[in-house]
Design a protein around this ligand. Structure first.
Ligand SMILES: [Ca+2]
Length: 220
């Protein structure tokens, strides 16, 4: 066997296992299935970048919750696909909306960014940046809540509505307490970096599934 082939086989054997990542599958619409994530740092945020990979066959006039961070009194950071396909996020109050191509059964890489000092809010879809909106200037996201994917809690971990639930596959959920550069977001989309969130790190975050949901391993 040629040396190069031996090397290739060795490299595959050594690194093959380390490229497995977790992915969360919600097979059907329910009002009781979710995954709770336990962030490594409190969500006291004056800026953020929140990224994820999403595939769903839900379409048409259907709200879809993509990420929910709620304290006892407020939805602090909730990300939605709205009834008309618009993507949005809400910081304890009205939301900011982005007209982008609809989600679908082929995976999309999404990153939402916001900075309280300017109020600049944007969405990246597969590395391409949306128009920048000005939203919730001087606001601070508050700590002490819980992070869910799969359901929108209308009360502190209750009040779920099947018609807002997530159905499909979601992975690579990372949250930073800063706005990443355009180039960093593009590197995340292309998987040219192993950079993970400093508030939620998808590689290490505790995932606690409840109900009809599977946490699977995917080889990249
Ligand atoms: Ca709701």
């Amino acid at each position: 066997m040629r040396l190069s082939l031996v090397l290739l086989i060795t490299i595959s054997a050594v690194f093959g296992g380390s490229l497995a990542v977790r992915s969360v599958v919600f097979p059907s619409e329910t009002s009781n299935s979710y995954v709770e994530m336990t962030p490594k740092n409190p969500l006291t945020l004056k800026a953020f970048t929140l990224c994820m990979r999403v595939a769903t066959e839900l379409s048409g006039e259907r709200e879809i919750i993509l990420f929910a961070y709620r304290t006892p009194d407020h939805d602090e950071l909730n990300v939605w696909r709205e009834l008309n396909g618009t993507l949005s996020f809400y910081l304890s109050g009205r939301g900011v909306l982005f007209k982008v191509p609809d989600l679908g059964s082929l995976q999309n890489h999404l990153c939402f960014t916001w900075d309280s000092s300017s109020g600049a809010a944007a969405l990246f879809m597969n590395g391409r940046k949306s128009v920048t909106k000005i939203y919730s200037k001087a606001h601070t996201i508050q700590p002490g809540g819980r992070v869910l994917i799969g359901q929108d809690p209308d009360s502190f971990l209750g009040g779920f509505d099947a018609k807002q639930s997530f159905v499909g596959e979601i992975s690579d959920v990372n949250l930073w307490d800063s706005v990443l550069s355009d180039a960093e977001v593009q590197n995340l989309f292309h998987q040219r970096t192993t950079q993970n969130g400093n508030v939620i790190d998808w590689e290490t975050v505790d995932l606690t599934p409840t109900g009809e949901v599977e946490v699977i391993n995917v080889n990249l």
